[in-house]
Design a protein around this ligand. Sequence first.
Ligand code: NAD
Ligand code: WQD
Length: 336
Amino acid sequence: MILLTGGAGYIGLHTAAVLIEAGQQVVLFDNFSNSKPLAVKRLEAIVGRAVPCVEGDVRSRADMDGLFDQHPVNAVIHFAGLKAVGESANQPLRYYDNNVAGTLVLLAAMQRAEVRRFVFSSSACVYGEPDVSPIPESAALRPANTYGRTKLMVEEILRDLHVAAPGWSIALLRYFNPVGAHPGGQIGEDPNGIPNNLMPFVTQVAVGRLPELQVFGGDYPTPDGSGVRDYIHVMDLAEGHRAALDWALRDPQEVLTANLGTGRGYSVLELVRAFEKASGKPIPHRIVARRAGDVPAYWGDPSLARQRLGWTARRTLDDICRDAWNWQRRNPQGFA
Ligand code: NAD
Ligand code: WQD
C-alpha cells in the first residue's frame, strides 16, 4: 500500500487517480489545511471505489506512527507541505515547521516502521534564477525564497539520510509549473482566496469570478515580453510519480533527482491565447509591472527522467487549457 501525504491536495489527488487506475492500493493522509474532504469523494467517484483517507498532521509523531501501525505501507509519496512563495516570506517559521520539521517526523516514523521507499515533491524553485534553460539537474541550487529553501533543505536531509542508511530508495522530483486537471472535470486546482498562480487566475477570470488578469511584466527579454515557464499537465506529472514509484519499488537503494517538466517554455500571453481558444472565452488582461522576485524565463531539461524513469510529458498546452477549463466550467466555485 502506498501512502500519499497531502493526498487530498491538487497533485496528490491526480496522482492517486493514476495509481489506483494502475492497480495500486493507496491511503491518503491530509490535515485539510489546504484541501477539502469533498475532493476525496470526487476521487472516489472517478475510480469507482472507496479510497481510505486518514486525517492527521505529518508533524504529529502519534498521527504518523498510528498510520503506519494501521496500514501496511511499503512506500511513501510525500506531497504534504505549504507552497505559497509570498506567504513563505511572511511566515518563515510556519513554512520550516510544515515542510522541514514535518518531513523529519515522517521520516522518523518510516524508520520505525521499516519503510524505506520515498518519493518527494521538490520544486524547480530550488534552482532560483538559472544560468541556462533548459535547466539540468546538475545546475546550481540557489533558491531565491523561503519556500524554495525548505525544499532544498529536505533534499539535503534525504541525501544525508541515504549516506547513513543506504538501504533507502529516494526520488527527489523537481516539478516545474503544474497546471490543468483530470480530463473528467471532477477534480482540479482549487486555491483558497485569490490565486497566486497564473492558470487558476485565468480560469477564474473565464468563469467571471475575477474581472481581469494582470500580466506581470511586458518587457522581459522574451519573444513577446511576458514571462516564460514550463507548464506541465498535472496528469503527466501524476504519471511521472507512477514512474518514480515503480522505480522506488524496485529497491534501487539510491537517491535519484529528476526534473518533471516538458522541456519547453510558453509565455504568459501564449498561455492566455491558448486558453481563449480552448474555452471560447475572452480573457481580459492588462500588462502591469513585473512581480517582485520573478525570473524572466526558465524551463526544465526532462531528459534524465526519460532515461531513468522511462517517463516523458505527453500532453500539449491545448490539452492543458481544455482540461483546466473543463474543471473550472463544471466547478465555478471549485470544491465549495
Ligand atoms: P496542495 O496545497 O494542493 O496540496 C498539499 C496538501 O498537503 C494539502 O491537501 C494540504 O492540506 C496538505 N498538508 C499541508 N500541510 C500538511 C501537514 N502538516 N500535514 C498533513 N497534510 C498537510 O499543493 P499541491 O500543488 O498539490 O502540491 C503538492 C506538493 O508539491 C507540495 O509539497 C508542493 O510544495 C509541491 N510542489 C507544488 C508545485 C505547484 O505549483 N503546485 C510545484 C512544485 C512543487
Ligand atoms: C507563472 C507566470 C508570472 C500570475 C510558482 C513557484 C514555483 C512552483 C509553481 C511550487 C510568471 C505570471 C502569474 C498572474 C501573471 N510552485 N503571472 N499574472 O511563479 O513560475 O512558480 O508556482 O513549487 O515554485 O515559484 O508560477 O503561476 O505564479 O507564474 O502574469 O496573476 O505567470 O509572472 O511569469 P511561478 P506562477
